[in-house]
Write a protein that binds this ligand. Structure first.
Ligand code: PLP
Length: 411
């Protein structure tokens, strides 16, 4: 067997890990190795208190006065501003709103409208389904064509007919990462706009949305940002586009003067024009606690640890059981996000057996086991333990039981 890292050696890596302290910011069950923070971030210790405070003190005592007294009305922009260092944007370029799918609809439709006469939306085959469904829906509505091509064909697919190119920065399955600056440059050279989905990037990899010339982006609040199940999403609109783009889902909260109650719509000057209806305050209280888990932490340190964790897992799994599973993520950690996938013909059952042993990852059709490494709370020892347990399950074939083959509604 190839050389492997022992549990003791991994614990030594944890002892000198400059981000080790961040795990204290989360409540995690003792005997669980949680490798699914890329799908649902763990509970920040501050979140239950923030929810209770918002419900009991603000809603309970100050009632409707809270919109002013606790500035609820500004939360979509204030909380968004705390994301600025995480994604490399200016505070005024960000907004918390809706869900990722709805935000994507808003930005794609806004982008298409800003490029009249152009016929296509370019995307990638096997992009996250909601991204393709939203784009298809817009194409059907506006008689455009969705050109979903293979990842390596994206740059060539962008041409003078392209209104907008929309891609997931980190692929939810393989974790392959796009060169954002290169795609933005190609799109701009063709006169098109870009809409990035940062769901598997924000909070996991270092981003420089402004520096890499992004136009528009959306991202998920409940993955690496730890905002809680169904947390609102975020929107990024580069400052230069603020007055050029308008929100296709016009509503009173995006109006320049929502409380003037006038009949005619006039969009707000700033990013709040992308709001539609009343924001979900309780959900935003939890999201704010989630984003605060990054307080004082540099994204360069997060990305560096992410690469080390995922590479340790790949090395350990390949050394221990590399003949049984196949790495289906890019081998170079610099070319992937913060998760890795391994293929195995019985991935569903193997993952269920792992979960039964307290190692929580997930299954992605057709045959992938996905393991997410969240630098704020995953330890090197967790990674080595998870590789050991996976090896044990494959050797003993303990996955080969009917109870591990029954598919649940959510995989
Ligand atoms: C998780 C994820 C979403 C989620 O969309 P919702 O509207 O929150 O359900 C969207 N896009 C990508 C790429 C994702 O990974």
């Amino acid at each position: 067997m190839a050389w492997t890292v022992t549990l003791e050696e991994a614990q030594q890596l944890d002892a000198v890990d400059p981000l080790a302290f961040a795990r204290e910011r989360f409540r995690l069950p003792e005997d669980t190795i949680y490798l699914d923070g890329n799908s649902l971030g763990a509970l920040p210790k501050a979140a239950p208190g923030a929810l209770a405070q918002t419900a009991e003190r603000q809603w309970g005592e100050d009632l409707i006065a809270s919109w002013n007294k606790h500035a609820w009305i500004d939360w979509p922009t204030r909380i968004a501003a705390t994301l600025a260092p995480i994604v490399g944007a200016k505070p005024n370029e960000l907004l918390i709103a809706d869900s990722t799918s709805v935000c994507l609809f808003k930005l794609l439709a806004a982008a298409v409208r800003a490029r009249p006469g152009r016929k296509t939306i370019v995307s990638q085959q096997a992009n996250f389904p909601t991204d393709l469904y939203v784009a298809q829906g817009i194409c059907d509505m506006l008689r455009l064509e969705l050109k979903a091509v293979r990842a390596r064909e994206v740059l060539d697919a962008i041409d003078g007919e392209t209104a907008v190119a929309t891609l997931s920065h980190v692929d939810y399955r393989s974790a392959a990462i796009y060169d954002m600056a290169a795609v933005n440059e190609a799109a701009h050279a063709a006169g098109a706009l870009t809409v990035w989905d940062l769901s598997h990037s924000a909070g996991a990899v270092e981003l420089d949305l402004d520096g890499s010339g992004c136009d528009l982006a959306v991202g998920c609040g409940y993955k690496y940002l730890n905002g809680g199940p169904g947390a609102p999403a975020f929107i990024y609109v580069a400052e230069g586009l603020h007055n050029e783009l308008t929100n296709p889902l016009q509503g009173w909260m995006g109006h320049a003067e929502p409380f003037a109650f006038v009949d005619d719509y006039r969009p707000a000057e700033a990013i709040n024009r992308f709001l539609t209806g009343t924001p979900s305050i309780l959900a935003m209280a939890a999201l704010a606690a989630g984003i605060d888990t990054f307080d004082g932490i540099s994204m360069a340190a997060v990305q560096a640890k992410s690469c080390k964790l995922s590479q340790l897992f790949v090395d350990e799994v390949e050394a221990r059981c590399g003949s049984e599973v196949r790495l289906a993520s890019p081998p170079d950690p610099g070319r992937r996000g913060s998760h890795v996938v391994f293929a195995h013909p019985e991935s569903y059952a193997v993952m269920q057996a792992l979960i039964a042993r307290g190692v929580i990852g997930d299954f992605r059709a057709p045959d992938l086991m996905r393991f997410g490494f969240t630098p704020l709370y995953t330890r090197y020892a967790d990674v080595v333990r998870a590789a050991e347990i996976l090896t044990g399950i494959l050797e003993s074939r303990e996955w080969d039981e009917p109870r591990f083959r029954t598919r649940a509604k959510v995989t």
